[in-house]
Design a protein around this ligand. Structure first.
Ligand code: PMP
Length: 352
């Protein structure tokens, strides 16, 4: 018997690198350039004092975090599901809701994990081409489907669909689940969370990885009506009851009390983004308008991969995707003002 015949063959998602390079300016994975809230440190210190509690399993329902989010979001706890980053959450949503003969719809240029998950699960999929300017036209989603996934703002383009457009998708699609992935919503978009009571097929996902400066702790959440949440939990508890660990649960609940710091960090990122787009323009880059913590740029006269390599030589890491239609673009995360100034100094040397 040859075990190779029984292996699940998959093409995995390739995450951005986390290399060890001294003095690296890391603008490749959309992390927040500012440290987490001090309340995160306090919560970890408290946990260290109470380390004996780590003998115990965490609460499978993530009660403390769910209740803290319930208070913060002003919604009942049975509308909230949490997981190990929104990747974990969205994967559970795929495995719960998309068992249809009809295809799952998502954009051809979007978060490339959607395609990996659809293939992993063996679901039919239809990649809906974005327009030449990389924008999503929601009219392209008026077709039979087994589910719809929209990243809003979209990644890697950064473009936002106004809430009315999201609502239009929900109005003409009443029969399958619509996931709105709001990983970057806090950098200038309007959240669809306010629509979950109106549309019983809507699930909105968010994350602590970007606007809440805690990518390292892996915390994500979904908001939807209680019936959908119950279905998600049933599937999750059929895979692994205890995915979120105690430090993440405690820190995630604690930092919700530091709203001022959360807002301050988002505002700083937005301000730096707005300054950066002017600098990109001066250098001749073109890009869609971004409401995220990154900008997706291309230069009519320079090859993106060459710019990527030249920046890397200068210890500046940005993201290049070898994907048709966008292989001459770079996705550049918004860092601190100092990091962005260093980026533009380097770009001025490269683009003459
Ligand atoms: N959705 C989008 C659009 C993303 O870009 C990312 C980050 N790679 C995620 C979801 C997942 O983020 P996390 O698992 O860190 O919450």
């Amino acid at each position: 018997m040859n075990w190779r015949e029984y292996v699940k063959e998959v093409t995995p998602y390739v995450p951005g690198e986390q290399p060890k390079i001294n003095n690296l300016i890391k603008l490749n994975t959309n992390e927040n350039p500012y440290p987490p809230s001090k309340l995160a440190k306090e919560a970890l210190e408290k946990l260290a004092e109470d380390y004996d509690s780590l003998r115990r399993y965490p609460k499978p329902d993530c009660d403390a975090l769910r209740d803290a989010l319930s208070e913060y979001m002003n919604m009942s706890p049975d509308k909230i599901f949490t997981g190990v980053g929104s990747d974990d959450v969205i994967f559970v949503l795929f495995t719960t809701f998309f068992h249809s003969d009809k295809p799952v719809l998502f954009a051809d240029i979007t978060y490339s994990f959607y395609e990996v998950w659809a293939d992993f699960c063996g679901f039919k999929k239809e990649l809906i081409p974005v327009k030449d300017d990389l924008s999503i036209d929601i009219n392209d989603y008026r077709k039979e489907n087994g589910g719809i996934v929209i990243a809003n703002p979209n990644a890697p383009t950064g473009e936002i669909l106004p809430l009315e457009k999201i609502e239009e998708v929900l109005k003409f699609n009443r029969d399958s689940v619509v996931i709105v992935d709001e990983a970057y919503i806090d950098f200038g978009g309007e959240s669809a969370v306010k629509l979950i009571d109106k549309y019983d097929n809507l699930i909105v996902t968010q994350t602590y990885s970007k606007s809440r400066n805690l990518a390292g702790l892996r915390i994500g959440m979904a908001f939807a009506n209680p019936e959908l949440i119950a279905k998600i939990k049933a599937v999750k508890f059929s895979i692994n009851s205890y995915t979120m660990n105690e430090p993440s649960l405690r820190v995630a609940a604690a930092v919700l009390k530091d709203e001022d710091y959360f807002k301050e960090c988002c505002e700083k990122v937005i301000k730096t983004r707005e300054w950066s787009v002017e600098e990109f323009k001066k250098l001749g880059f073109v890009f869609p308008e971004s409401k995220a913590n990154f900008v997706f740029v291309t230069h009519p006269e320079y090859n993106a991969n060459d710019i990527y390599a030249a920046l890397r030589e200068r210890s500046i890491l940005v993201r290049h995707f070898s994907i048709e239609r966008i292989d001459n673009y770079l996705r550049i995360s918004i860092g601190t003002d100092e990091e962005m100034k260093a980026l533009f100094e380097a770009l001025k040397e490269i683009i003459k």
